[in-house]
Design a protein around this ligand. Structure first.
Ligand code: HEM
Length: 437
């Protein structure tokens, strides 16, 4: 039994209690968390915004990696969706307020999974306040979000600002949130000159977690997870497999906007996907799961063991990306990764999307928050549309719109929003032409 698994007096493991604290949030969450972490190491302080990377999404060098070199996202994550009241461009005072709140986080916390990683991003609705068009190169698009399949009916996140907080330290995520929301005037011994909520209104708060074992631990009693809890204990995802293999991810260099005032920024799509896993676990054996998650070839050749960490740093999907239609005809099933990969490569075979998804138990529902970074939103949309597998449905009646068609039978999009992640120096209420004060 690890320390994190040790039972406290109220019967929760320490890890369960910490995750619950982030989900609850606010002063109560932080207090519960600090109690549990009594005696924990201090959280390393930051060097200020000028010393932290210009790319707000420069996380890869600052997180843990596993034995195969795959980047491990921070355990605790929170998404704050905020709006700027009215339709006018922000005032200089509002900009200063936002700048002060965000700069304080860089003073307070080291830029690392042991401190705090964070970013502020802006929606197309935000940029519509300005007379000028968004100053991005021709290869960058930032449209309003839209359904990407005939049957999709997500709520669109058109709030102005998305702030993303991530750390292995739940007390860092919670204290940072409190400071941003005006519930504390100090964060990790740094005084906070202003709160985001002095200028912006909080519209939605969503939380989640990443880490092998946590989905199983959290799974009992969640809507979407059948009983008895079938999620493999070593899985980082509710669906029982590992994801985010390094060779199947774009690099941060690749997703960086190349020129103009927003150079070194990127675009971010964030979906939230509810999962209904009774049939996934009840009606599919392991090989069928592998077929639908990866590809029929992966099952045929026995490439995936357990949750799939045996794959190392490459899902090997490139070998099967061209056989979607043939596999549909031969096996009556096609794979999720296989379909997505078809649209996720440039002419040199390099991946376009940097996926940073994490699981959630918000509202006691099993769901996945799916942030994806790419140079341009149209790349995300093409990959999502490729997941529809329309050509596979045309090849055989066995594959239907949402049946035997990857994992579409088990996942349901609830929210989708698109954002621009400016470079750090432009992260406080930038103008569309890329100025800041
Ligand atoms: C609950 C929902 C989802 C789960 C459990 C899931 C899981 C996985 C897994 C296990 C893989 C294979 C390993 C890897 O390369 O990471 C994968 C690949 C991938 N998934 Fe998902 N995924 C989900 C939703 C989505 C969505 C909504 C998209 C939207 C675009 C997406 C896009 C991709 C892409 C692009 C790949 C990589 C294919 C390649 O190699 O290029 N996934 N996913």
């Amino acid at each position: 039994m690890t320390d994190a698994d040790a039972l406290d007096t109220d019967g929760l493991t320490r890890r369960e209690a910490l995750k619950a604290a982030v989900a609850v949030g606010g002063a109560a969450g932080l207090a519960a968390c600090v109690d549990r972490l009594d005696g924990a190491d201090p959280i390393p302080a930051g060097d200020g915004p000028a010393a932290h990377p210009e790319r707000q999404y420069a996380w890869n060098e600052f997180v843990r990696t596993d034995d195969a070199g795959n980047w491990q996202l921070p355990t605790h994550q929170t998404l704050l969706y905020l709006t700027l009241p009215g339709d006018a461009p922000p005032t200089e005072a509002e900009r200063e307020t936002v700048r002060g709140a965000l700069d304080a986080l860089d003073e307070a916390y080291a830029w690392s999974h042991e401190g705090l990683l964070h970013s502020a991003a802006y929606s197309p609705t935000y940029f519509e306040r300005f007379a000028d068009p968004l100053a991005v190169p021709d290869d960058v698009s930032l449209p309003q979000p839209t359904p990407l399949a005939d049957y999709e009916t997500p709520d669109f996140d058109t709030q102005d600002v998305l702030v993303h907080l991530a750390s292995d330290r739940p007390d860092a995520v919670l204290a940072a949130e409190q400071a941003l929301l005006g519930e504390a005037d100090e964060v990790n011994d740094v005084s906070v000159p202003s709160a985001l909520t002095d200028a912006l209104d909080l519209d939605a708060r969503r939380t989640g977690f990443m880490g092998a074992g946590i989905p199983h631990e959290k799974g009992d009693g969640l809507e979407g997870v059948p009983e008895p809890n079938p999620i493999p204990e070593e899985s980082p995802l509710f669906m029982g497999f590992a994801a985010g293999f390094r060779q199947n991810q774009a690099t941060e260099d690749y997703v960086a906007i190349g020129e103009g005032p927003f150079a070194e920024g990127t675009t971010k799509s964030v979906g939230n996907w509810r999962q209904r896993l009774a049939d996934w676990y009840g009606e599919q054996d392991f090989d069928q799961q592998v077929m639908e998650m990866f590809s029929p070839g992966h099952a045929e050749e026995g490439l995936v063991e357990g949750v799939g960490t045996n794959l190392g740093d490459d899902s090997l999907i490139d070998r099967f990306a061209d056989s979607v239609v043939a596999d549909a005809a031969e096996y009556g099933r096609v794979g999720h990764a296989q379909k997505a990969a078809r649209a996720n490569r440039d002419e040199n075979g390099d991946p376009l999307l940097l996926r940073r998804h994490f699981e959630s138990a918000d509202d006691d529902i099993a769901s996945l928050h799916f942030p994806s970074l790419q140079r341009s939103i149209d790349q995300f949309e093409a990959v999502r549309r490729a997941m529809n597998g329309v050509d596979a449905t045309e090849a055989t009646p066995a594959v239907r719109q949402r049946v035997n068609n990857g994992i579409l039978e088990y996942i349901f999009v609830r929210h989708r929003g698109y954002f621009l992640v400016p470079p750090r120096s432009l992260r406080a209420l930038p103008t569309a032409s890329g100025q800041q004060g």
